[in-house]
Design a protein around this ligand. Structure first.
Ligand code: B12
Ligand code: SF4
Length: 480
């Protein structure tokens, strides 16, 4: 069939109408996955990319081809849009994490579905479509990020996002936590691979401004790659945020190299303070690690911490909430992301829970890590939900923001902790107002100016790293 117009859609989760909806959280990052796929199309086609999290969808159009990305919590909305466009005569393709986990469910709403990452299957599909023989289902098995065409960032409306410079230079992760989407999504091929360092550096060079946010699951996962990347970034004058595991922070001096390249904040999956729970979740890389030492090391390099914690792991009792919050505040974790354990379809955790009849609902809207959708082992679902709500409230209480800030030695770090944590959680109305006025772009340099530079703590071996004196622009992690 002749294709002249293509529309890419990232549907918004139904949560957009709930009291939990935080516009700023969904105005952080543009739809990078879809912009990556768009790069495989003939640039002369009429191509549009719409992100329902930040704009109202144009629904009067009749594109020849509609590409929709499906996460678990936007699945129902994605299916609704797919049905709508099919009824209008468009050819509809669905892909993403939820389609990979539950292909038969998604297939009811699509002409073609895609399992796994799209870098190899999508161009194959485009060729098949052009020759008039598209398949109903494509499964990714070839896994490489070599020779990727440059991401179609021109399709992204940068002014609508606080962090238009999000970037991923790898896919997947070397670890195998039982609750993570990763093993299911990357089934049938490699589950951790990186770009070539030169290509990653070229992509960074293409991004304007100073600030970057690496959305990689584990930026330090491939030591050789990460070291070469940081070496190449030295002197670029970038400041960046990323995610990495506990063990990679304690291992050798890679984290120092990251700081020297401009790392200013790190998302760290602490998950739980209990070794038994870590073992139960297959989180071996955290087992027996000294979390205090992780905090001390990052602190000494002027790197702020976004700590991730999961409640409801088997063995967690009613005290887990207070224990975790007390620890996070005392340690001086800048922001904390709390999750209610959520068994996503396609994960080992989901299969285990399902076989024991512990899954309480299959309403995907509720699989947002804020609802209890399974039977916990040592408390009731209501206690788990109450404890989770309490933990957020308690951690972001003014008194605890003060206490957490005071945990740092340097006054500048204390101030930065305070403004970052308070700015993210205590000024919701101001964020909403800026988004409504479409002024997020204006706020970026303001934030850069407000957040003061942090010097490494004196007397530590890291004080050599003057790079921490660079100005910072720090935004929260997506899961917050
Ligand atoms: C950035 C991010 C967000 C951002 C923005 C998303 C965006 N604009 O794209 C925001 C803040 C909105 C967000 C919110 C949430 N997120 Co989020 N997020 C991410 C994160 C960190 C990166 C996504 C990314 O850009 N990846 C890089 C790009 C290149 O990959 P990609 O988007 O997956 O696209 C590729 C493939 O999926 C595939 N593909 C995708 N669509 C299609 C379509 C077709 C036709 C084809 C061929 C291929 C294809 O090809 C692409 C190229 O390889 C991921 C973790 C991760 N590593 O993916 C979590 C992740 C996707 N989020 C997750 C969750 C749970 C959430 C929340 C529910 C959290 C919460 N408590 O609120 C919300 C709800 C989101 C929603 N809309 O429903 C889970 C999803 C679990 C699941 N099974 O669906 C993840 C995997 C995190 C995790 N480890 O658990 N998130
Ligand atoms: S370390 Fe993080 S990204 Fe890697 S498997 Fe575990 S939860 Fe997933």
């Amino acid at each position: 069939m002749p294709i002249r117009s293509v529309k890419f859609i990232l549907p918004a989760l139904t949560e957009a109408t709930s009291p939990y909806w935080r516009p700023i959280k969904y105005s952080l990052f543009p739809p990078l996955g879809l912009a990556t796929l768009a790069a495989y199309l003939d640039p002369d086609l009429e191509i549009t990319l719409q992100d329902e999290h930040v704009e109202k969808l144009e629904l009067e159009d009749r594109p020849d081809l509609v590409i929709i990305q499906v996460y678990i919590t936007n699945a129902y909305r994605a299916y609704q849009l797919a049905d709508y466009y099919r009824a209008r005569g468009s050819y509809v393709a669905l892909g993403g994490l939820h389609v990979t986990a539950l292909p038969d469910e998604a297939a009811l709403h699509a002409d073609t579905i895609f399992l796994g990452p799209g870098e190899h299957t999508f161009p194959q599909f485009i060729r098949d479509l052009a020759s008039g023989a598209p398949k109903g289902r494509y499964e990714s098995s070839v896994r490489t990020l070599e020779s990727l065409p440059p991401i179609r960032r021109d399709l992204i409306q940068r002014r609508r996002y606080l962090v238009p410079n999000s970037i991923v230079v790898s896919r997947g992760c070397p670890h195998h936590c039982t609750f993570c989407y990763k093993d299911g999504f990357f089934q049938g091929g490699r589950s951790f691979y990186t770009q070539r360092v030169d290509d990653a550096l070229a992509e960074i060079e293409r991004l304007p401004g100073r600030h970057l946010y690496f959305l990689d699951d584990h930026l330090l996962g491939d030591v050789r790659f990460a070291r070469a990347l940081f070496q190449g970034m030295k002197g670029m004058g970038r400041v960046f945020q990323a995610a990495a595991t506990v063990d990679s922070i304690l291992r050798d001096d890679l984290i120092e190299a990251a700081a020297a390249a401009g790392m200013r904040s790190l998302f760290v999956g602490f998950e739980t303070l209990s070794n038994d729970s870590l073992a139960g979740a297959g989180k071996r890389q955290n087992l027996g690690r000294n979390y205090r030492e992780v905090v001390r090391r990052l602190d000494s390099l002027g790197i702020m911490i976004n700590g991730s914690f999961v409640f409801g792991l088997d063995g967690d009792d009613r005290d887990v909430f207070r224990r975790t919050v007390d620890w996070a505040v005392e340690a001086g974790i800048t922001t904390a992301t709390f999750h209610i354990l959520t068994p996503y379809p396609g994960t080992q955790l989901f299969s285990e829970m399902e076989s024991r009849n512990r899954i309480a609902t299959r309403n995907w809207d509720l699989y947002d890590t804020r609802h209890v959708i399974y039977q916990p082992s040592c408390m009731s679902p209501e206690e788990l939900k109450r404890g989770y709500d309490w933990a957020y409230e308690e951690f972001y209480r003014w008194s605890n923001i003060f206490r957490g800030s005071a945990a740092h030695e340097s006054v500048k770090h204390q101030l930065k902790h305070f403004s970052y944590s308070a700015g993210w959680k205590k000024f919701e109305r101001a964020w909403d107002c800026v988004i409504r006025l479409k002024q997020l772009t204006q706020l970026r340099p303001v934030l850069e100016a407000v957040l003061s530079p942090v010097e490494p703590q004196k007397g530590t071996e890291k004080s050599r790293h003057k790079q921490a004196q660079n100005q910072n622009l720090i935004v929260p992690n997506p899961s917050l």
